[in-house]
Structure formats: C-alpha cells, structure tokens
Design a protein around this ligand. Structure first.
Ligand code: WT7
Length: 652
C-alpha cells in the first residue's frame, strides 16, 4: 500500500481543478447544490420524485422496503419498460424524432424514429409471443451491435420476458454456460457479425453452444452478413428473424404491465470463482437509476445527439445506450464496429457527421486515441460536443487532460462515472454543471447515493485514508440477487460488512470528500474495462492436460489498464515451448473469449506459495511488473520466486 500511498499524495499535490464552464452551468439540469441537500435530507422522497418521471400504468404508493440484503422499491406500482423507452415518445412532437441513428461498420446508415422503433418492437413482441415466449421467460440474445439487438431487448421488455444478453465476443462455451444458467429456451443471434472487416461466426458459435443446451427450443437468426459460408439452419429449431417479422401482425402490441420489482433482465459478470454471476435487475428501480442519471449526470436534453461507444452486451450499453437515453426520449447514435475501421478517426467522423453533443467512452480507448495522435481528432469538427464521459476503470490524469483538451477543446466538462454491473447506474460522478473536476477522481456520490471507504473492520477511514469502497444505503437500481443463487448474493456483497454493500473496489477519499478509485481488491482483473475473473482463466488453462497448475494475475498495461499474465507449471516431462504457450493462449480465447487471452504465459517449475499452500499473487505481480520483490518472508520456498524473477527478466 505504501507505494500507492505515495503516488496518491503526489497526485493530490499536483491536482489541478476545473470548474464547470459558465455556458454549461447556466443550462445544466442540475444547477444548484440544493439537489444534494434535498437527497441527503430525505433519500426516499428524492428517489420517489425521480421515479415519478417514469410513466406508470399503476402508480406506486410505497417507496422502499429494506430487509437487508433485499430491497424492494416502488413495489406496489406497475409499469412497462418498453412503454417508458419507446411508446411514451410515440405521441406528439417526439413521434417522428430520431430514436436511433445506426451506422454500420461497413458504412450503411439507418435512422429509426420513435414511431418506427415502436412498430418494430411491437412486431417482434408478436413474433416472440408466437414462439411461446411469455412473461418471466428468459431469452438469451447473442447479437452484434445492430438495431435488431435493441428491438429484441425492448420486445422482451414489452411482453415481460427477461432478456439475458451475451456479448458477441464471448465464446461458444461461455455462451452455453450462460444459456443454461438462465434456463433460456429461446436464443436470438445473427448469421454473423462484422468486426474490423472480418466476419464473426455468431451462428456457428451458437450451434456449437447448443450442443450443450438441450432445453433450447428455438433460435431466431438475424441476417446481418448474408451468404455466410457453411451456415446451416436446423429444421424445426432455427427460424429467420426477417421471415418471422414478415409473418407477425403489424398491429400494436399491448404492453404487459409489470410489477416494479419484476425482473427486467439478467446480465452475467465475472466474479472470484470460475462461475459467472447472473446479475438480476428489477424493472422500476433499474429504470429509475438509468433515467435519473441520464438527466443529472449526462444532462440529456431533447436536442442532444448522444453517443456511447460501449457494446450493448455490457451493462454500460444496457443502461447508457438503451434504457437510460431512450427513457429520456433522446437521440442515440449506435455504431456497429471498431474505432479503427476503416481508419482510426471513425469516432471523430461520426461525431462530426451527426453533430454529437454528448460522448461517453472508456479510458482504455482514450489512451489508444492518445497513441494514435491528436491529428486525427483535430482534422474533424468536434465543436458540437458539450459534455464528455468516461467509465470502466480509473482514468489516469494524463489521459483525462488529453480528453479534456484535445476532444473537449477545454470547453466540455468530463464526467468520470464510477459504477458496476451490479449497481445498474452511475454511483460516483461529478454533476457536470455543479462539481469542480479533479482529473483522475470520479468526484462524489451522485444525489441519493451514499458511499464510504472503510477499513477491514468496517470502520470509516476518514479523509486521506485508503480502504474498501462500500455503499451504505440501498438504492433503486441495485441488483436484487444473483440468478438462482441468493446465498452467493449475500456472501459476495453483504457478508463482509453487514448491512453495507461491498463493491470489491479499493478507494481513498481526499479532504474535499472526492473519491479516488484504486481498482479491484479481489481476484478480478479489469482488462480494457472488461471484468475477467482470474479463476476463469486459471481453469481454462488447467483444462489442457499438459498443465499441472496455473496462477493468473493482472499486471499494469499502459493502454488496457491491466493485462493478463499467466504463470503455469507443467506436468512431468512436458516442455514449456513457445508453441505450447501459443496453444494455451488460443485455448483461453476459445474457452472464454478473445478479451481473456493472456498477454504472456510464463512457464515455471513451481509457483510461489505460503507455507499453508496459498499462491502469493502479490509476488507474481511484482515479477510481472518488474518491481523489486515485496515481503517474501512468508514464502514456503523463497528460492522459487528468485528463479522465477531471473527467468522472467531473461525472457524480455
Ligand atoms: C468495475 C465494474 C459499469 C461500468 C463498466 C464496467 C471499475 C468502473 C470506473 C471508474 C474507476 C471504475 C471498478 C468496478 N470501474 N468505472 N469510473 N473509475 N474504476 O462494469 O464490468 O461491472 O466493472 O469497473 O473496478 O468495480 P463492470
């Protein structure tokens, strides 16, 4: 902790502060500190007021029922998420307003107005109903970033089915595991997707996954690429999306009213065991969090053109591409592909083409843009931008400054939003018209959210101290449980500090009450803002019969934030060749997904362990990051780590 402590003090010392520009302040939705005071004085009343911004078919009279660790919010009310994101904007002036501006990687562009989107959602709801999907059923969606993805998720919402979206970068095996855990009987996928000009075989992956999923009855296939080589449609199981949509009635579909607490979706995320967790989100509480943060944190207004670069397969895409902005009636830009395809200025071109006003991306992307140089953004008109955001990992002050000056032209506030799949919506973030910004700090909890930093005993550490980041009161968009595993929900989030939500992150609070997030304190690695459990990678490695044991750690990486280093011991007589290392990397990518592929594999005769047999990851991290070794006094055999270090240095 001491080197981190020093780094932190230097940071504080050097920190510059940026006040919200006057032009921004004057038009901001949250324009007075009063909002913090009101929320602190009566959080339940504050959230009830926010929830009333949604449209309810049956208004709630109860606000919160809190029996730790289970919360129910607005629990006697009824509403529908598709009504709130689409149908309520299909009347009056917004009926023909652009809801989605979609740009394909290959260049095609499509605009869906709220009314057009609503018609598609209605048709898809009829289609899913005809396939036997009803309220409460799970539908797994494995699609690229195409309009059908939004249509499919909102169609589920409209009929009260629970969507479980699996990011298109996940492997067949990861997909199968998630389909089975959710017990989904219907899967929606595409023939294939485009990524950097290459064809990603989503249908083939799905076919492979389904050999492990006997309960899946129906697969709906969106034709995105066309003429995909080797594509087979399984008679009786597979149907084309466009054929089914053509057959579905073009009549309005009556939204199924949902109780506030009914599950809107599940989304899988990595934890400290090999098994991913199906994070369960409610309908009303989740929508309240998504909607409120879009108004207060992103300051979304009717005339904004909003562009969030996250894939909808992650929580950022759920909340800040779909549910949040559409619930505000905003215009959302969705880009299908990679930022460097065909050229490295694709995002800047998009911002210029559509006049994007609010732009939200990840620190890892910002660091990549920095590497590519300021000429690319500078060759485009970015003066439509008025607000920038980041999410996914701590942003280093250097990247923050670059984002502020080069992209925001020192005119746009930056909202560094700390949150998680589990929290549903932004938790710690500046309010852009109110909060003074410090590069590298996510600032303060948003109104209605209560966080703290505590020591191992759960005692608040106070200003300047480092410790565990916790949330001390329930909030509407909090996860409700882990799908099918409530004991794991209690254990993971609530057992460490009773009655208090444990985030898994370390943080410090400074004298001004600003939060500085230090990263995960558990066995979770954050690679380019994607969460990967070390256990998942380790079990993929020991799958290979040549591997005896493995230890996986996250090491510092200049662009990705963290990269995966794997330390592997081999079975008797097996040679640690570069071919084997290559095989293992490919195997991990095939088992989990390309984002989990280890950056380097390091063969070693033994792993450093304590006398009780616990692998000392801290020492492996020291080795991988080329640091002087920390305390080795508890090692069972200190020679192991020395020889490892020598080998490792010899390798570079
Ligand atoms: C973890 C959650 C929800 C956003 C996408 C990732 C890290 C997220 C920040 C930030 C520092 C951040 C944390 C958190 N994280 N945002 N602004 N500053 N760290 O969602 O996969 O659920 O990961 O991402 O470590 O626990 P996720």
């Amino acid at each position: 902790m001491s080197s981190e402590g020093e780094k932190f003090d230097t940071l504080l010392h050097e920190t510059r502060r940026f006040s919200p520009p006057r032009a921004f302040r004057e038009q901001a939705t949250a324009s007075s500190q009063e909002i913090y005071h009101k929320a602190a004085a009566n959080p339940e009343e504050f959230w009830a007021e926010q929830a009333r911004c949604l449209q309810w078919s049956n208004p709630f009279t109860k606000v919160l029922d809190w029996e730790p660790p289970h919360a129910r919010w607005f629990y006697d009310g009824e509403l529908n998420a598709a009504t709130n994101t689409v149908d309520r904007h299909r009347q009056g002036a917004t009926k023909n307003k652009a809801a989605i501006i979609w740009e394909a990687e290959t260049g095609e562009r499509t605009v869906l107005t709220y009314d057009m989107l609503g018609r598609e959602v209605d048709r898809a709801a009829h289609m899913l109903t005809s396939l036997g999907v009803g309220a409460g059923d799970r539908v797994t969606i494995y699609l690229p970033m195409v309009p059908e993805l939004v249509i499919a998720m909102l169609a589920c919402a409209k009929i009260g089915a629970i969507h479980s979206i699996v990011f298109g970068g996940f492997s067949a095996k990861a997909l199968a595991e998630r389909i089975n855990d959710a017990d989904a009987h219907v899967v929606i996928t595409a023939d294939a997707g485009f990524r950097r000009g290459k064809v990603v075989p989503l249908k083939a992956n799905t076919d492979q996954a389904l050999t492990q999923c006997p309960r899946v009855k129906q697969v709906v296939v969106v034709e995105r690429v066309g003429q995909v080589e080797g594509l087979t449609m399984h008679q009786g199981r597979d149907v084309w999306w466009h054929e089914m949509m053509d057959q579905a009635p073009a009549t309005p579909f009556a939204a199924v009213p949902r109780n506030a607490e009914d599950v809107l979706f599940t989304l899988y995320t990595s934890g400290t065991t090999g098994k991913p967790k199906g994070i369960v989100h409610s309908t009303a509480g989740y929508l309240t969090g998504a909607n409120t943060s879009c108004r207060l944190v992103f300051d979304l207004k009717p005339d904004d053109i909003y562009f969030c670069t996250a894939d909808i397969g992650w929580i950022t895409g759920h909340t800040y591409v779909v549910y949040g902005p559409l619930s505000c009636g905003a215009t959302v830009v969705i880009y299908e592909g990679a930022p460097d395809w065909p050229e490295r200025d694709r995002y800047w071109e998009i911002i210029e083409r559509y006049g994007v006003t609010v732009f939200y991306t990840a620190p890892t992307s910002i660091r990549t843009f920095m590497k590519w140089g300021p000429e690319l953004p500078s060759s485009h008109r970015l003066d439509s931008l008025r607000l920038l955001g980041t999410v996914g990992e701590p942003i280093n002050p250097e990247a923050w400054m670059w984002y502020y000056q080069v992209i925001g032209q020192s005119r746009c506030p930056i909202v560094d939003t700390w949150w998680q799949t589990e929290t549903g919506a932004a938790m710690i973030s500046p309010l852009p018209g109110l909060t003074e910004l410090k590069p590298g700090s996510a600032a303060v909890p948003v109104p209605g959210i209560f966080t703290d930093v505590v020591d191992a005993k759960g005692e608040p550490v106070g200003p300047g101290g480092g410790g565990y980041l916790v949330v001390t009161r329930p909030w509407p968009s909090m996860l409700r449980t882990i799908w099918g595993d409530d004991p794991r929900y209690r254990e993971t989030y609530w057992d460490r500090f009773p009655g208090v939500y444990f985030t898994g992150d370390g943080a410090r609070v400074d004298e001004d009450g600003y939060y500085w997030i230090l990263g995960r304190v558990d066995d979770v690695i954050n690679v380019s803002g994607h969460r990967i459990g070390t256990m998942e990678v380790e079990s993929a490695l020991v799958d290979d019969r040549r591997v005896a044991e493995s230890a996986v750690i996250g090491r510092h990486h200049d662009v990705k934030g963290q990269a995966i280093s794997a330390f592997v011991t081999l079975k008797e007589g097996v040679q640690g060749t570069s071919e084997l290392a290559q095989d293992l990397k490919v195997h991990v990518a095939e088992t989990i997904g390309a984002m989990a592929r280890p950056e380097e594999i390091f063969f070693t005769a033994e792993l450093p362990k304590t006398r009780s047999g616990k692998i000392m990851r801290r020492l492996l991290r020291d080795v991988a990051e080329g640091r002087a070794l920390g305390d080795t006094s508890t090692l069972a055999d200190p020679a192991v780590i020395e020889s490892l270090k020598q080998q490792y240095e010899g390798q570079d």
